[in-house]
Design a protein around this ligand. Structure first.
Ligand code: RAM
Length: 335
């Protein structure tokens, strides 16, 4: 019986056609795509893991990947990199935006020249990109952080948030959902006393932690929804008299937090696998640049080992729910 060709993988077809060189991969992706990752900052261990995931994906589908970016997470620090990537005629830019708006005119310029733009980790305003690869549902992350800290505080007392930069789209969205969750009657005895900003800078986050402990002597917990912030806060508290009195939680990488879980400073925290986030973003960018998707809701694409993924409302693709790490499971994770 005749089998329609579209059911035949491109790779199989390539073998069948033998000597003819094929311009697409199994997933219909073009060969040799130039894809640049532009993280919030290049020296942030979280971003490094995510970028590595992106580069692994690009290697799988035969593209040419690279990572460029600033050393600080300032609002406009990524602009010069975007301009250079436009000049270099990249096929796609995958960016974790440091500001929802500052980069938009430059990303629009890229798109007007046919360069595909995917945000991941931290989004821009929707007009700045074609797709947003989100680590997890933002509402779920924000509400989940409050559920976790409430448990660690025994349901009452003062806590502070130690965030990244004041303009970080991802942290600001999560904090908004934390504040929503706090409106529920079960949290009536919990008070958010301060939102401090460590700018995803280790030293500044460390000093901000010290400042919070001095300013709020009754503080029972610090929630840092940033891997840089939580590691700095845990480091400060682990060698201070607040150890055992002030809980530290938030979003961290198991490798950075392991020692603080083992020494009892941190009981529990959350995250997803940043490597998978970058990997998914790499495949999304390649699918866009190959024209197998246009970025419309409901379209699906093949994301290698992560399987088939579908675009949701507002061009958002979600990796999956976060994991909660504690002493019982942290050794099962290595990132
Ligand atoms: C930091 C960055 C990043 C965020 C993680 C949780 O590394 O701010 O954007 O997703 O924390």
């Amino acid at each position: 019986m005749f089998k329609p060709l579209r059911h035949t993988g491109a790779a199989t077809l390539c073998i069948a056609l033998l000597a003819i060189s094929c311009a697409t991969s199994a997933a219909g992706l073009k060969n040799g795509l130039k894809i640049a990752f532009l993280p919030k900052q290049i020296n942030n261990p979280y971003e490094v893991i995510a970028d590595d995931g992106g580069m692994a994906a690009i290697k799988e589908f035969g593209g040419v990947g690279k990572v460029v970016g600033p050393s600080d997470a300032g609002a406009s620090s990524q602009v010069q990199y975007i301009n250079t990537l436009i000049t270099q005629r990249q096929d796609a830019i995958v960016i974790a935006a440091n500001d929802a708006n500052a980069v938009v005119p430059y990303l629009k310029k890229a798109m007007s020249q046919g360069i595909k733009v995917v945000t991941f980790d931290s989004d821009t305003a929707p007009e700045g990109r074609q797709l947003f690869v989100n680590q997890a549902n933002a509402e779920g992350i924000g509400r989940g952080q409050i559920q976790l800290v409430s448990k660690l505080m025994g349901g009452e007392g003062e806590f502070a948030v130690l965030s990244a930069t004041p303009n970080a789209t991802n942290q600001n969205t999560w904090i908004k959902w934390m504040q929503e969750e706090l409106k529920k009657p079960e949290y009536s005895k919990i008070k958010l006393v301060k939102i401090a900003y460590g700018n995803d800078d280790d030293q500044k986050s460390f000093v901000e932690t010290q400042g919070l402990l001095q300013a709020y002597p009754n503080l029972k917990a610090i929630v840092a929804p940033t891997t840089v912030g939580i590691a700095a806060a845990a480091r400060y508290i682990s060698s201070s008299s607040s150890k055992g009195k002030v809980a530290v939680t938030g979003l961290g990488t198991p490798n950075q937090m392991r020692a603080f879980v083992k020494n009892g400073t941190v009981k529990a925290f959350q995250l997803w696998d940043p490597n998978q986030l970058g990997y998914l973003a790499g495949y999304a960018a390649a699918a866009l640049a190959s024209g197998t998707i246009n970025g419309k809701e409901g379209e699906s694409f093949d994301a290698g080992k992560l399987g088939k993924r579908t675009i949701g409302p507002q061009g958002e693709i979600i990796l999956g729910p976060p994991t909660t790490f504690d002493a019982s499971n942290i050794d099962n994770f290595n990132f």
